[in-house]
Design a protein around this ligand. Sequence first.
Ligand code: OGA
Ligand code: MN
Length: 286
Amino acid sequence: MRSPSAEAKLEVLDLTPHIGSEVAIDVAALMSGRHAAEILDLLERRGVLVFRGLHLDDAQQRAFTRTIGELLPQGDDGLLRITLDKAANPAAAEYLKGSFHWHIDGAADDAPTAASVLNAKRLSATGGQTEFCNSCVAWEEMPDSVKKSVGDLNVVHNVETAQWLVNPTPSYEELRRWRSHAPKVHPLVWTKKSGRKSLMLGCTASHVDGADTDEGRMLLRELMEWATQPRYVYRHHWEVGDLLIWDNTGVMHRVTPYDPESGRLMTRTTIKGEEPQPPRRESGRL
Ligand code: OGA
Ligand code: MN
């Protein structure tokens, strides 16, 4: 009998130089959990992992997610249905339109989730591709002078900031609801458990804490442009049955707009965040 250490390594194909790898594995091997450590190591290095044509059902998706981390208790026993169809998802369909803009899941929470697992159930005929940018490599390739000048900044993240993009004319009640979620201050530069650093940005990023608001917003635009350059981006063209995992504190993501009536449906499971990052003490000097 082969020992676990003699287990064959996974077959991996890099999809772009800086982000995204496709992993060839069958459902039984994936569900067994014996490749979990290798999958997590690949995820840390490559930001996004693509498993094509798995067609996992809900129970399998939850079980697989538990092999690589702690399943966040949300939705239907840990599983969210991601759709813009108001009939299927009355509570969240409007809110989810925020995902058309670059973001980090849970960026306005204390600890953004560690990783997300997305499983394609039904697709839209147009749009609906998901893009990911590697904000670790974006940080690593930044000129040293810029790293030095922004490395100690803190950024205020807000649900409200993202929702203005989706709905520029909120009712009083809507605005009140957005504001019921308290703003969260995070360091701009996230230090991951691996020691790697990434940029904590996205459409929830309102302004630089303690700095002139306009100047801070200009800087955030500049940094977003840097981090989302084509060379840091992988765009996934989905087929039903594909399963993707992304490292939520090392990449940002967005979905290209699609028709809310298209029936597009994804199921998402999420791994709990465990890298709380205290804001930096020195902040605000731009
Ligand atoms: C998400 C998300 C993108 C998509 O589930 O967090 O951003 O392609 N989804 O549906
Ligand atoms: Mn998202």
